[in-house]
Design a protein. Structure first.
Length: 397
């Protein structure tokens, strides 16, 4: 029996999307070509752009297709930084909360090393929440030198939903462009780009039942960026390169499906998640739910739990042997085990953060899956604690 509870890392292709994607891969023609095949490909591409824009509540021209969320975040953060600094060389500060995805963190770190950017960190509260007052204080404290602000919409590790409309209003009132990482938000919360007040937003298909290697940067008409890629000048000169027609078709369809099913799927997944959390907290001493409390400020499918006296990697491997796939945090750290920086930025002691497991449910998750996890987890925790205790015992010679 194989149980997949790592949907935050990647979600299986929806059957309807797989069929549409396979058919679209037969499309012949470069959408930039002016002959008949090329113009047919362009028509399919632009129809997909319009469909995705309708889901995200933005203008079609604001949809810039990318190879995924990481490229979209890089294009937004680097491009907005360079554009702001070109207008005023004093604008070298990037204001961002702690606990961001590595695609954002590592991009800012690179800009700090290569372009003399300055990272200004906004502290998270104990639930992983970004307070609008804290963002305002950071922007005011560096007034006149801020190139941009960037924030995750839904924390991919602990599931906390950020007050993005409040953050957008704070940034807009100070004339600071705001980028939102909505990769973990789309398909889990209603997404309306226009209402956020953001200058840019990043999304990805494989988190919502679409294929890997297609995403989008939603770039407001008013926003300026310096492009990462140069070539044919496609997509408003923002992202040159031959566009992925089949990927765009699949992405648009996946987005339409998950948004149409959002209320129904969220209610069912939340019920399963609540059963999982209640079962774990009831049966395992030292288990603690991390992130926002169960409710409106947490996405339905996320349960991030720490287990005192355990190493998360040991727990992960024990569950994997039992046929259950979970994670200890983000899957985007090149497979290198490390303590979650998100939990550390929330103020959780490193010893406790080491015992983290992230369970993320999807629409394929069943009652039987949850029952199997609750059955296997106590033994896994017992063995992980015994292994941890043995590793701390002094060696006998």
């Amino acid at each position: 029996m194989a149980i997949y509870l790592d949907h935050a890392a990647s979600t299986p292709l929806l059957p309807e999307v797989l069929d549409a994607y396979a058919e679209a891969l037969r499309t012949v023609g470069n959408p930039s070509s002016i002959h008949g095949h090329g113009q047919r490909a362009k028509q399919l591409l632009e129809e997909s752009r319009e469909r995705l824009a309708a889901v995200l509540r933005c203008d079609p021209v604001e949809v810039v297709f990318t190879s995924g969320g990481t490229e979209a975040i890089n294009a937004a953060v680097k491009g907005m930084f360079w554009a702001s600094r070109a207008v005023d060389p004093r604008r070298t500060a990037i204001v961002t909360p702690g606990g961001e995805h590595h695609a954002t963190v590592d991009t800012i770190d690179w800009l700090a090393r290569a372009e003399d950017a300055r990272r200004v960190e906004v502290q998270l509260d104990a639930d992983g929440r970004v307070l609008s007052a804290s963002l305002a204080a950071a922007l005011d404290g560096h007034a006149g030198t801020v190139a941009l602000a960037t924030s995750i919409w839904v924390n991919n590790e602990v599931g906390t939903i950020q007050p993005v409309a409040e953050l957008g209003a704070v940034a807009a009132a100070r004339g600071v462009p705001l980028h939102l990482d909505a990769v973990a938000a789309l398909g889990h919360v209603p997404v309306d780009f226009g209402r956020t007040g953001a200058a840019a937003m990043s999304v990805s298909a494989h988190k919502i039942g679409g294929p890997v290697s297609i995403g989008a940067l939603i770039l407001a008409r008013r926003s300026a960026v310096v492009p990462l890629l140069h070539g044919g000048g496609q997509q408003r000169q923002v992202r040159s390169g031959t566009q992925d027609v089949a990927g765009a078709i699949a992405f648009a369809l996946a987005a339409e499906i998950v948004v149409r099913r959002l209320a129904e799927d969220s209610a069912r997944v939340a019920e399963l998640r609540d059963r999982l959390v209640a079962g774990v907290l009831h049966t395992i001493d030292g288990a603690t739910l991390r992130g926002a409390p169960i409710g409106a400020e947490r996405v339905p499918g996320n349960a991030n739990l720490t287990f005192a006296g355990c190493d998360g990697d040991s727990l992960l491997f024990a569950l994997d042997v039992a046929g259950i796939s979970v994670s200890t945090g983000s899957a985007c750290t090149a497979g290198v085990p490390e303590v979650s920086h998100v939990l550390l930025d929330m103020g959780i002691p490193e010893e406790d953060a080491r015992g983290a497991l992230r369970f993320t449910l999807g629409r394929e998750t069943t009652d039987a899956d949850i029952a199997a996890v609750l059955s296997a987890l106590p033994t896994a925790v017992e063995r992980a604690r015994a292994a941890g205790h043995s590793s701390r015992e002094p060696a006998l010679y």
